[in-house]
Design a binder for this molecule. Structure first.
Ligand code: PLP
Length: 402
């Protein structure tokens, strides 16, 4: 509960759901139409085509009326059989949850990663994947599953390097990538990186409310799905692919969220994906300038893989990050991401994705700085000043320049 009567806008600076732009809210407010009528098919075909552009694929992208977790399940259920070994890499809390899901579905996940807390502070080590696949000479491992942007830590992973590692061994496993929080904020290339199934969601870079999620498919993934043994019905790709040919779904799709998706895709493609990525990189750099000026640690320890989507801010020893976060929420109506899993209470996460601008981020950083001071944390300097300097000195690339 807030310490004051709410006025003005709430600051939703968690790393998803991200703020939904008015343009998308308006698009979603149109009347729901007949999902089997002629108008709908045209909408379906248009938005599926634009969706492929954002995933950078020529192949099909399935859209589910489900959260990202549903699309995780769809990826596994469509391609694997009971007892299959899957190699999963521990980058953080979401990788851990996906691994738990694999176990619940009757798969045999092997969970590898750097030891101790280091794994949650670095990206996927492709050489570890390569070494494990090299040992697997009888090809018991059927899929390699990695998270592109680990939302619990603010660390990205080099997906092209994972593909290179698999190719170096000539291993036939499928490559599955969760870019639920990466897509449309961080560069992502389904085809070029040789990904077989890409999983994503609506409520992050796509700037939509939660409720729809995606599987982008390679030809190989589709071929493998024809023989995969895990039970599936709602998630089954075959009927959806068939219906999608004419822009329809085999069941009732989330019509109004699809209006929103269509609008979001227009916004992203009008701006140009490279400009979208540059905008996120710049915000992330401004936020990191603030964290450095505060004298606090960033959860990600490898500057090569800093996330453009969010920054994990580690609290000094003995400080309860959740208490700080709660104070900031109550006093300033600003939501920050909590520490998840192993990082619970150790850090908070600042989302800088989607429909933000320099000033919303300045307000966010001001809320953080005031809240940390009120919590008695002694800061080395003003992060707000450092970020103001960064944003003022580093003008955004003008969209028409590129
Ligand atoms: N994977 C990642 C990287 C996520 O960030 C999330 C949600 O934040 C999920 C999976 C789970 O998605 P959802 O909460 O939409 O089911």
């Amino acid at each position: 509960k807030l310490d004051f009567h709410p006025s003005g806008r709430h600051f939703l600076q968690i790393p998803g759901p991200s703020p939904v732009p008015d343009r998308i809210l308006r698009a979603m407010s149109l009347p729901t139409i007949d999902h089997r009528g002629p108008e709908f098919g045209a909408l379906g075909l248009e938005l599926l085509d634009k969706t492929r552009q954002v995933f950078k694929t020529q192949g099909p992208v399935i859209v589910y009326p489900a959260s990202g977790t549903g699309a995780w399940e769809a990826a596994l259920a469509n391609t694997l059989s009971a007892g299959d070994t899957v190699l999963m890499y521990e980058t953080g809390h979401f990788a851990t949850l996906w691994q738990k899901m694999a176990r619940r579905l009757g798969l045999e996940p092997e969970f590898i990663g750097l030891p101790g807390s280091e794994g949650w502070r670095c990206g996927v080590q492709a050489d570890m994947i390569e070494a494990r696949l090299r040992e697997d000479s009888d090809h018991r491992i059927k899929a390699v599953c990695v998270v592109h942007n680990e939302t619990s830590t603010g660390v990205t992973s080099d997906i092209a390097a994972v593909r290179r590692a698999m190719d170096a061994v000539g291993h036939p496993a499928l490559l599955m990538v969760d870019t639920i929080s990466g897509l449309a904020s961080a560069d992502y290339r389904h085809d070029e990186w040789g990904v077989d199934v890409t999983i994503s969601g609506s409520q992050k870079g796509l700037m939509l409310p939660p409720g729809i999620s995606f599987n982008a498919l390679s030809d190989k993934a589709i071929e493998v799905s024809l023989k995969a043994g895990l039970p599936k019905s709602f998630w089954a790709w075959d009927e959806i692919l068939e219906a999608n040919r004419t822009g329809y779904w085999p069941y009732t799709p989330s019509t109004n969220l699809l209006y929103g998706l269509n609008e979001a895709l227009d916004m992203l493609l009008e701006e140009g994906l490279d400009n979208v990525f540059a905008r996120h990189q710049r915000w992330a750099a401004g936020v990191r300038a603030a964290v450095n000026a505060w004298g606090l640690e960033i959860q990600c320890q490898d500057p090569e893989v800093y996330s453009p989507v969010l920054t994990g801010v580690v609290m000094p020893e003995g400080v309860d990050a959740d208490a700080v976060r709660n104070l900031i929420y109550r006093r300033f109506d600003l939501s920050l991401g909590m520490g998840l899993g192993k990082a619970r209470g150790r850090m908070f996460r600042i989302g800088h994705l989607g429909d933000c601008n320099d000033l919303t981020l300045m307000a966010t950083l001001a809320g953080c700085e005031m809240g940390m001071k009120l919590s008695g944390i002694s800061l080395a300097g003003s992060g707000v000043e450092a970020a103001m300097h960064y944003f003022a000195e580093n003008a955004p690339a003008h969209a028409s320049d590129s």
